[in-house]
Design a binder for this molecule. Structure first.
Ligand code: NAI
Length: 342
């Protein structure tokens, strides 16, 4: 995030975002849920998926890139499976509703698997997996995105930053929430380095010949995390959230930024597992508590304060922002407070 920063109280920032989305044409209920997703990211310090996206969403809404009057529907395809049709609405509300269906299925069938078909960008996908954890279940959410990552050993972008989120409940605290892109670094970090004219580590990205580069202006594609392993995970995500649902995959996924008037037709997949149908809920919660305690007792290595469970570090950020307000750039605040739609 570039300077100067201003600090805004959480609910005020949420309201500003909601109002702007309504102005851009989103139905009230959708705007409200989208603002919830954006504040969820910002208040945890995941600024790449918060207010910084507002101008883009508003512009795309106005240019016709989202269906603002979607006919959302759920098609049950089996005892524990279904497809949620997003009708190319902006993805946050769609994905939230789809996860609600997956949770319902898991309550009565032990598992619930719901594919989301045809929607716009859906933000920080950990939100959806966490929805299930808040109801005492474990969940996995995966989501395809547009090509900007080279396959291991290749030179041309093929997969997206294809994120994976996993969440599990805790009996006495915030759920475990593991939520990550399958790249070494997010695209936003390259843009940030460009804006500051700074070099980047050679482990983040490659140039047009597939060679590692430290020059952010020469970046042609991002690198998958952990080489062939991240590449394999990105492929898994795309197969489960694209091909499985009959949607465009890999390099055929529509670009986030090229034509803002076209529908993106993105896919996502939620898998919810009800512990009552496996080892039982009580023992599940006990074992997770024990695991977290044992991890917290693990002596920190040099340079570390403590061992965190996934998602915990973001809870610390939330506590800090409750005192200070959420940092956004002055430019973003000016935009949100203005009458401009984009
Ligand atoms: P990140 O690198 O900031 O965090 C990844 C994970 O590591 C998190 O679960 C975090 O809690 C955990 N973590 C971080 N520091 C830790 C520590 N010291 N100890 C233990 N655990 C720690 O996440 P990344 O990859 O930058 O992704 C950010 C967001 O971008 C995610 O919410 C993701 O869903 C979203 N995203 C969305 C896309 C979309 O198309 N909808 C595409 C790509 C990413």
């Amino acid at each position: 995030m570039s300077e100067p920063l201003v600090y805004i109280e959480r609910n005020r920032l949420r309201q500003l975002m909601k109002d702007k989305l309504v102005k851009a044409g989103l139905p009230e209920e959708q705007a409200d849920k989208t603002a919830d997703l954006l504040i969820f990211a910002d208040e945890r310090g995941v600024h790449s998926h918060g207010a910084v996206r507002m101008q883009y969403y508003s512009e795309r809404a106005l240019k016709g890139g989202y269906n603002l009057k979607p006919k959302l529907s759920f098609e049950k395809t089996g005892p524990a499976s279904g497809i949620y049709h997003g009708d190319n609405a902006l993805g946050h509300y769609v994905s939230y509703q789809a996860m609600k269906k997956a949770i319902e299925l898991a309550k009565t069938s032990g598992i619930g698997v719901v594919g989301v078909k045809e929607m716009g960008h859906s933000g920080a996908i950990g939100y959806y997996a966490r929805q299930a954890a808040l109801e005492g279940m474990a969940a996995l959410t995966v989501c395809q995105s547009d090509p900007m990552v080279v396959p291991f050993g290749g030179t041309e972008p093929y997969f997206g930053t294809n994120p994976i989120a996993f969440s599990a409940p805790r009996k006495d605290g915030s759920p475990i929430l593991f939520d990550m892109a399958t790249t070494v670094q997010a695209w936003g970090k390259i843009l940030d380095a460009r804006s500051k004219n700074k070099s980047i580590p050679d482990s983040w990205a490659v140039d047009k010949n597939g060679a590692p580069t430290t020059d952010p202006f020469k970046v042609n594609a991002l690198l998958p995390m952990a080489g062939p392993k991240g590449y394999g995970l990105a492929m898994m995500v795309d197969i489960l959230s694209g091909s499985l649902l009959g949607l465009p995959f890999g390099k055929h996924v529509t670009s986030m930024y090229k034509d803002l008037s076209e529908y993106r037709r993105l896919g996502q997949l939620h898998l919810v597992i009800n512990p009552e149908y496996f080892g039982g809920k009580e023992q599940f919660l006990e074992k997770i508590s024990q695991m977290v305690e044992e991890l917290h007792d693990n002596p920190p290595a040099e340079g570390f304060d403590k061992v965190y469970y996934p998602g915990e570090i973001q809870i610390d950020v939330m506590k800090q922002y409750k005192k200070t307000g959420i940092p956004v750039t002055k430019e973003i605040l000016d935009y949100l407070e203005s009458d401009k739609i984009y």
